[in-house]
Design a protein around this ligand. Structure first.
Ligand code: GTP
Length: 237
């Protein structure tokens, strides 16, 4: 049997992925399928920390006339809703989980404490990081990069609706070409929309590889963890 190639990973799930085709809110079937995929990987003994986005509920950057910081705080609260939904779905699969939030809300979840997060992972709990970095002007991709550096994860698994990084938007352009691998600097120079520049730079400075792949195909998280070359690998030179 194939063995996992990673021991500790950060899985970033975009909010949109949770909405499925509905485009808004949480699709219970999708949530269940994602939880199933995470549980498969967890059963292989991989330590999993999850960063979840909030775009299925609120997209700060689309709120034209709103103060940016306020819009971003609303987005962070949206991620807490998603984190609780994911926690519930994972616990239904029998996983032990802990939600840690970057904005204190003691009644709902424990606060983010780096050492405690690592301890939870070592004890076999899936840890879900909610409320982004707790700061406006930072994305949940940046949260994934920051938390991966903090907990010394070996890789960021960037689960998306599309199945990798393309040279143009594959939804709009049928002849868009997918990259098998890229360097961080290419992502920055070509302005590829895989991750924002803050997140990409953070990964580049800390040498954290990113694997971008599609979450819609069941079993994909496991494929990546077992070292199959699906999606796009972003790394240093
Ligand atoms: P260890 O005993 O250190 O292995 O970790 P533990 O998470 O089992 O212990 P702890 O007593 O810290 O937590 C027990 C439960 O309470 C877990 O479900 C935590 O997520 C939850 N919990 C811990 N701190 C807080 C908090 O500040 N707020 C909320 N709402 N829950 C918390």
């Amino acid at each position: 049997m194939k063995k996992p190639v990673y021991e500790r990973v950060v899985l970033k799930i975009s909010g949109e992925a949770l909405a499925g085709d509905k485009g808004f809110g949480i699709d219970p079937d999708i949530l269940n399928s994602i939880a199933e995929q995470i549980s498969e990987v967890h059963n292989l003994g991989v330590q999993i920390a999850i960063v979840v986005g909030g775009g299925n509920i609120w997209r700060g950057r689309n709120s034209k006339h709103m103060d940016r910081a306020t819009a971003d705080y609303m987005g962070m609260l949206a991620t807490v809703i998603n984190a609780l939904a994911l926690q519930d779905a994972l616990e239904n699969k029998g996983l032990e989980t802990r939600v840690q939030t970057a904005i204190e809300m003691r009644e709902i979840a424990e606060p983010y404490i780096r050492r405690k997060a690592i301890r939870h992972l070592e004890k076999g709990r899936a840890v879900i990081f909610a409320a982004g970095t707790g700061n406006p002007f930072f994305s949940t991709d940046t949260t994934a990069a920051l938390r991966a550096a903090e907990i010394e994860a070996e890789v960021i698994l960037l689960a998306k609706k599309v199945d990798g990084v393309y040279d143009s938007d594959p939804v709009l352009n049928a002849s868009a070409q997918k990259f098998d691998s890229l360097e961080y600097i290419d992502v920055l120079n070509k302005g590829l929309g895989v991750m924002d520049s803050t997140a990409t730079s953070l990964c580049m400075d800390n040498g954290i590889p990113i694997i971008v792949f599609g979450i819609s195909t069941p079993g994909n998280i496991k494929r990546v963890i077992l070292g199959e070359n699906i999606g796009t690998l972003v790394r240093g030179s």
